[in-house]
Write a protein that binds this ligand. Sequence first.
Ligand code: HEM
Length: 488
Amino acid sequence: MEIKTVDDAAVDSSTVGNTTGNTTVDNSNPLPNRLPKPPIQQLIDWIVDPVRYQVQGRQQFGDVFTANLSGLGSMVVISDPKMIQELLSCDPNKFDIGRGNTLISPLLGTTTLLMLDGEAHRNKRKLLMPSFHGERLQTYAQQIEESIASTTQQWQPGKPFAMLTAARQLGLKIIIKVVFGVREGERYDELTPLMRAWLHVLDSPFRASFIFLKFLQRDFGQWYPWTRIQKRQQRLHELLQAEIDERRASEDSDRTDILSLLMAARDENGQGMHDEELRSELLMLLLAGHETTAISISWMLYQVYQNPAIIDRLRQEIASLGDNANPLAILQLPYLNAVCQETLRMYPVATLLFPRIPKEPITLAGQTFPEDVPLVPSIYLVHYREDLYPNPHEFRPERFLERQYAPSEYFPFGGGNRRCIGSALAQMEMKLALAHVVQRYEMLSVDSRPVALGRRGFTFGPQTDVGMVVTSRRKAPNSVSVASGQVQ
Ligand code: HEM
């Protein structure tokens, strides 16, 4: 997830190395390797094709260079694993990170995990994390499986369909059920299209400009995009509040969805989250978790179905489980895991980590950087390093069986104190979707040209939707329940 480069008080082209808005930057720590293009040109290049922008920066200057984006300021882009390792293992108190994410506050308010720093961030993470880990996670497997089955059942042999759209539908179903815990019915039926429409703002560079460019955030009447976004947001809050009120009234202790867990969570002082905070965290999880996972699932299936040898190996591996092919066993399969890892390597949904903004000058791998200028590890540049990943443009899951990568060499979910809290949930969705689909469908891509990676608002994914067609259905395997291990 890539949100912002530097707050609005940061360095502009004329003052790089001198001031960051009101803050003075130490001239003895000048910014390294500044890209020479005018900042406005850099901003345009960045919005239009951030991957090419980063690749050119690296070609010109190597593993560390300074970008300067008009209106957003400067940031140091890093693709040296040693420097990244030092950065991610630093004391988190040395950086602000949440304040680099405030761009998204018109959609989420200012109290969600993404925007917090310091103790407030630590406390909020402690409240959220247990819902995404350990045994808790296993309780979601059955609902994820059911959502996958109901989505894929719509795929008719011979009828082309759009894979990214299908994966986004799947992602919404999972979030509504697993995260919000909303059961099917009137509220569920209203939430689904409403959430889709609200998220629509983030799935193209044009629509996302309403977030990037503050002056567009006005109320110009009911047809104006920003007014519509605000209206949808308000209705979403109303529906989520109704759900929260109903839960409080019924006190059903059997519920295992994430909203119920968050409502019950208490910090060290016995404090829980108030309703507005709960609603905002739910929308934050929707925003952070929906598009990211959907994009990864579409890339994965797109790649796998172009490689018959990969499908054969996956099918053999799943078949080797015999009658024990339950979701928990599937999650442990090494080759299936390698396919997911290779997808996340080759197609990082966020090309950069959240900016780490040092509160004071900092030295990493022998190089000193000034305070207040964001340091940003590039997932994309590291994941395409020839020295780590020979032939990086080749989709080759085996590389993850042949070698172990350090957390600074492979980090699709980031690292340190901001590491993605949904990483286990996302990988569970990916693995269960992959196992389900390869066991049941023969498919082909209907696109004659390779699908390119490009900006989709905040995230990076297929520039066009991924056209697929089911050529035939395979004999469905027996399904096995997670809880009992019984064949159904
Ligand atoms: C394939 C899917 C996903 C990818 C590739 C991904 C990637 C990332 C990345 C790169 C970060 C920034 C980490 C950093 O700067 O160190 C992040 C943060 C985050 N992600 Fe994910 N994510 C995915 C799915 C999810 C899901 C399913 C959820 C929850 C439902 C989620 C919730 C979050 C949250 C809350 C943060 C902010 C953590 C913090 O600020 O402490 N993500 N994610």
